[in-house]
Structure formats: C-alpha cells, structure tokens
Design a protein around this ligand. Structure first.
Ligand code: X5A
Ligand code: ZN
Length: 681
C-alpha cells in the first residue's frame, strides 16, 4: 500500500555558527547524505514524496509550554552572540536563526506522516528531519533537540485519530529522556529505548536511564529502558533485545501505531555510539516492527553522525518499509555477555507489569548496574586516534558490504504461488506471480523415485512445481514462494525439497514443520539442516538439529514459542533457505500461520518456501502470499497468557539448546541459576 518519505530542503538551513566540538556533528550534510543514498538506490522514487509543512503553535503546545515556544520564536531575530549565549543555557544545544523554522518543519513532517498512515494513504513511512527531537522536554532544548517531534506525533495520533495505544521505539544510541519524561505516567504510550549507558558514564549521565526506571503512577511498566553497559554492541545484541524484551511487551500492549525514534548513531562507524550493528540490521529491526499495528510504522530521524553509515542504514530501513526482503545479517549471531546482563535486568524490572515476562522462571535480579565506581563521567573523545583507526577499518568494511549488496540485487520476482488447481476464490496481491511451470520430467522422476507417496500423478505434478520453484529461489530469480501439495504426499515432498535444496546450492537449510510431519529418517546432523517441528510427535532422539515443541493453545503461548524459540534458533542457525511446511491438521489459525511466515522472512534474506496442503482455503493461501510479499500479518486477536504447561515445555527445551544456539539466551552467564552476592565496601 505504499511508503511515504517526508522531507523539506529547508531543514538543511540550520547549522552551527561558532566553534563547538560537541555540537558540530549535527550538520546539514546528514540530511543530504541520507537523501542522496535513497536517490542513488532508486528508493526515493519508489516512495510517495511529501513536502513537509510547519507544525502550528497549537501542535507544538501538545507537548511544550507556551513560554518555551515563545522563547524559540524569539530566536529568529537574534544575532550570533545572543544565540550562542542562549544555547549555553542548555546541554549540548546550538541555535541558528533558522532553527525555529527547521524544528517546526521537523514536527510538521512527523505529523504529516502520521496523518498519511492513519488515513490509509500509505502503509508506513519515514520523515527525514533535523533537528532531532527525543532529548527535548516540555520547556527545554537538549542534546541537539528543540521540539520533541515523536512525542508530539504520539499525542496528535491520540487526539486527531482517536488512538488509545501508541508504541514508541527509540533505537537511537542515546536515551530519549525527553520522551521518557513526557510519557512517564501515561499508560497509553509505551516507550522503549536502548542506549549506550556504561553504568552512567555516558551522556546524559542519568540515573533514570537505567533498567529500573519503569514509569510512574498509572504509567508503571510503560517505560522500558535497556541500557548498554559496553560499547561494541552488534547485530546479535540488537536482535536479542527485540526478540526477548521489546516484542513480547509490544505484542501484549497491542499498539495501534508504532512510532520509531530512528537514530542511526547506534550503527557501526558512528563516533557517538561506537557500536557495531551493520546497516542491514536496521532492515531486520524494521521488519520485526512491521508485524505490529497492522504494519503502521512511522519512523522519524533522530541522530546518526557517520554520513556513510547513516545513509546506508536509512536505505536499509526504507527498503524494509517498502517490503523488500532484508539481506541476511552478517557476523556471528552471539550476543555479548554484557548485553545479556542488560536484557536480564530489564526483563526482571518489567516482569511485575507484563504477563509475557512472568512464569519465565524469574531469573535472579542482578545487582543494579548504576554502581558508578569512582564517580566522574569520562566520556570518550569521539575523534581520538584510536577511534579514527577503527573508523577507517569500518569504512572499508562498509564499502565491501555495499559491493556485496550490489552483487546480490533483489530478485525480480518477490513472491510466486504454485497451485495444483486454479482457484477462482483466491485473490493475490498485485505483483505476485502465479507459477504454472514445472521441473523437467526426468528430474522429477529421479527425485520422486524412493517415495511411494509420490507415485501418483497428482503428487508428481505438484512435486514438479515445487522443484521448479525451489530452483528459481536458489538461482535468485524469485525471493519467496508458496506451493501446494496433496495431503498424503506432504512429508515426501518436504523430504525431496530438503534434499534438493541442499544439493542445489543451499549451505544451510532450516525446516519449520507444523503438525504431524516426521523428520525424514536419513537426514543427518551434519550442521547443514535444522529441523524444527511444532505440534507434532515428541522426538525420539532430539538433538540440537532436531527440535520438537508442542503447539501452545493460547496467543501468549504461541508468541512465546515464536519469539523465544523459533526465531532465536532461526537467527542463530543463519540459514540461506527456509522451508515452512504446514502438515495435515497443523492446527494453526490463519493469523498464526501468517505471523510465523512473515517473521521467517528474516533469517534467510527473504528466501522462504511455504509448502501447504492443496485443500488449504484460499484465505490461507492469500494471507501467506501477502506476508511473503511484505504486507503485515493480521492481528492474532486479544492476548491470552500462556499456560504453565506450555511455558514449562518451552523452558525444558531451551536449556539444552542454549549452548549451541546463542540467540536463545536471555540472561548473562552469572545469572543462570546463580545468585550474585554483592559485597559492599
Ligand atoms: C539526537 C542525538 C545526541 C547529543 C549528544 C551530546 N543527540 N553529546 O543523537
Ligand atoms: Zn543519538
């Protein structure tokens, strides 16, 4: 349904007019670099371009005090010296005669984006703005931020569009304390922020940025802080944060709109963040958010100071918003110990307020991470010699990544559907290909030979289409597909598909089989295939490559199974092809099948082949085609808590798998069954 890109070139007008090493990184080139990146990759052209308008003073008043707005209005007439003096009254802020205009455009852009999404003109979008907003408070500028665009957008969404629940995801590397203060006691806005913290030794050095700040009064549990206590956090850490903290809470909260404080100073190469997440990680984070709120995601630029890294990360996010598959994540999918400690702390701090975090064998609470030893903050000098050397390496890595992406362009066909018989009731989204072609008869016969179930004409015809589709997936012509098979042949077809996939180019193949489907008997644990069965028989000989889990009966149980088992396994395994098979009487409701399939686009760069029974309803085929094509899955319905039995089954399974599949971890080493003692001096 489309992606909006909101921009106005006037937002490049404000700039620093005096020497200030702290503020100089917030420069006009940030916007031009991001926009040029989007243009060069043909992404801007695929978006609905909207020219930003200025927010009205009434709109600014949704968050800011009239006195503060008047003060900012007055800055338009000030000389440089007066501007510098006024700037000095705030922490890390500079004013320019055009600041008021730019900041009003930034807010206006966010509001226009929300309006476009809420009226259904587009599905989602990005507002490319500066100055940023998330540090700004009711009556204060802070950290390059003047007006809090995202906070105003959240209030506007409630007031103008009658929303009751808005989720704000702040993935900027700094804590958006401004946003936190504004919604502290408001249960209608769930605010999630991760941020570089280093036990309070990083700007803005606040006690209330720690995991135990959870909101106040009615808003208890609606502020979620995930402090990073070391630099160098990467793809695995960010994904773990989403899978184990943000998404369980977000599904339980059930937002009607997702606003992203999209700062890219959390990406590799940034002098402020000094983190390691690569640009494609932001495509994955965006994809994960798109399964919420019917896909209504509005992103607003916050920080991001390494121009090349910023521009690539913005491109990745926009690609994901447009529905393109995300490139696979690079690097080892192993979260850092320090990240796991942080994840454990925030889960423990939030557990009293969220059903989805209860029952998870309440891990012992770690000692507070605010033990700022020897007091004083010691911010790293951003452009010291060490950092410069690291940044040079980073740049080399980034440009080779860019090459890789150019060599692996998005397949010409995003989704193909191969049915055994035409179905008039089936409505496919535009762009989805109906595949009639089949593998060559010799090839089909050769693969089918060992299987009695494939002797029938009907089964063989279906197999031919599966094999053809599989080949197009593996040679990069098609990104994802759906193939139907007659019921008695599903297991045999799946067996052939796995073997064929592995012999025709897949290095690692993940198979998620739902329902009564046995693992092919002579598949070996050679590390090249991972078999995950949901809702079938218990495995006689389970292993790290052969996992069987019962199908939970509640939405909470199902979500927990997907977020805490299926996706961590899938992302740890790093497959290059995913097979999803819905066996006979698989027991998934359509929205569950859609969510599972949508999320399994992540781990293998969008290469998913879904095998379904030919008797499946056209509704199921349609919804699977739409999610594989990049649309949002329908809602699962009201959240219901997982049953204790389902939780226990999951916990028992995860334990032995954790040493091999590190994305399953939700606690630091020291937190597993060990109570830490604190000895105070
Ligand atoms: C929006 C943003 C950072 C301020 C850093 C001050 N602000 N040292 O990234
Ligand atoms: Zn920032």
């Amino acid at each position: 349904m489309g992606t909006a890109l909101v921009y106005h070139e006037d937002m490049t007008a404000a700039r620093l007019l005096w020497e200030d090493p702290e503020c100089e990184i917030e420069c006009p080139q940030r916007l031009t670099a991001a926009l040029e990146g989007l243009q060069q990759r043909g992404l801007e052209q695929r978006c609905l371009r909207l020219v930003a308008r200025e927010a009205s003073e009434a709109e600014l008043g949704l968050v800011h005090s009239p006195e503060y707005v008047a003060l900012l209005r007055g800055t338009q007439a000030l000389g440089t010296q007066e501007l510098q003096a006024l700037s000095g009254q705030y922490d890390a802020v500079y004013f320019h005669p055009r600041t008021f205009h730019c900041a009003r455009l930034a807010v206006g852009a966010a509001l226009q984006l929300v309006d476009a999404v809420m009226t259904g003109a587009v599905r989602n979008g990005l507002a490319l703005v500066r100055p940023p907003g998330h540090h700004s408070q009711r009556a204060a500028a802070n950290g390059f931020c003047v007006f809090n665009s995202v906070a105003i957008a959240a209030r506007h969404a409630k007031q103008k569009h009658g929303l009751h629940r808005v989720l704000i995801v702040d993935w900027d590397v700094h804590h958006g304390q401004g946003t936190q203060y504004i919604f502290e006691d408001d249960p209608s806005v769930l605010y999630f922020s991760w941020h570089r913290y280093e036990h309070r030794r990083f700007w803005p050095y606040l006690r209330e940025s720690d995991a135990d700040a959870v909101g106040q009064g009615q808003g208890l549990g609606f502020t979620v802080n995930l402090p990073w206590n070391q630099v160098g956090m990467g793809n695995a850490d960010y994904m773990a944060a989403f899978l184990h903290v943000l998404l369980p809470l977000a599904f339980e909260f059930d937002p009607e709109l997702v606003l992203v404080s999209a700062g890219f100073d959390s990406a590799i190469g940034d002098p402020e963040g000094q983190m390691q997440a690569t640009p494609e990680c932001f495509a994955h984070l965006t994809q994960l958010l798109q399964v919420l709120a019917d896909g209504r995601v509005c992103a607003v630029l916050e920080g991001g100071y390494h121009l090349e890294s910023l521009s690539q990360s913005v491109c990745m996010m926009v690609q994901a918003l447009l529905g393109d598959p995300a490139p696979p994540l690079s690097g080892p999918m192993v979260p850092h110990g320090s990240a796991l400690e942080s994840i454990q702390s925030v889960r423990a701090a939030q557990a009293p307020y969220w059903m989805s975090l209860q029952q998870q064998g309440a891990a012992p609470v770690l000692s507070p991470s605010t033990c700022s030893p020897e007091g004083k903050p010691s911010p790293l000098l951003p452009w010291g010699p060490e950092f410069k050397a690291a940044a040079t390496q980073t740049m080399a890595a980034l440009s080779s990544l860019l090459d890789k992406l150019c060599l692996n362009p998005t397949p010409p066909v995003r989704t193909a559907v191969a049915l055994t018989a035409p179905d008039a009731a089936l409505v496919l989204p535009p762009g989805v290909l109906c595949q009639e072609r089949s593998a060559l008869p010799e090839e089909m016969q050769a693969w089918a030979r060992p299987h009695k179930a494939l002797a029938q004409d009907k089964a063989l015809t279906a197999l031919g289409k599966v094999l053809y589709l599989l080949d197009r997936l593996l040679d990069g012509q098609v990104s994802s597909g759906i193939a139907a098979t007659p019921a008695p042949a599903t297991a045999a077809t799946l067996d052939v598909a796995i073997r064929c996939g592995l012999s025709h180019g897949a290095q690692r193949l993940l198979c998620v089989a739902v329902g009564q489907l046995d693992r092919p008997p002579d598949l070996t644990d050679d590390g090249r295939n991972l078999w995950l069965n949901i809702g079938g028989k218990e495995a006689a000989a389970p292993s790290t490559f052969h996992v069987c889990v019962p199908l939970p009966g509640t939405t909470g149980g199902f979500l927990n199974c997907v977020l805490a088992l299926v996706l961590p396994l899938a992302y740890s395994f790093q497959p290059d092809l995913v097979l999803v098979a819905l066996g006979p009487a698989h027991g998934l409701r359509d929205p569950q099948a859609a969510l599972l399939t949508a999320l399994l686009r992540g781990p293998a760069g969008g290469r998913v082949l879904a095998l379904i029974d030919e008797e499946s309803t056209p509704q199921l085929v349609g919804v699977l085609a739409r999610v594989l094509h990049g649309e949002a899955p329908p809602s699962l319905g009201p959240f219901s808590m997982a049953s204790p039995e389902d939780m226990q089954a999951l916990m028992r399974l995860r334990g032995p798998l954790e040493p091999q599949w590190k994305m399953l971890q939700v606690a630091g080493e020291a937190g597993v069954g060990v109570v830490r003692l604190r000895v105070s001096a």
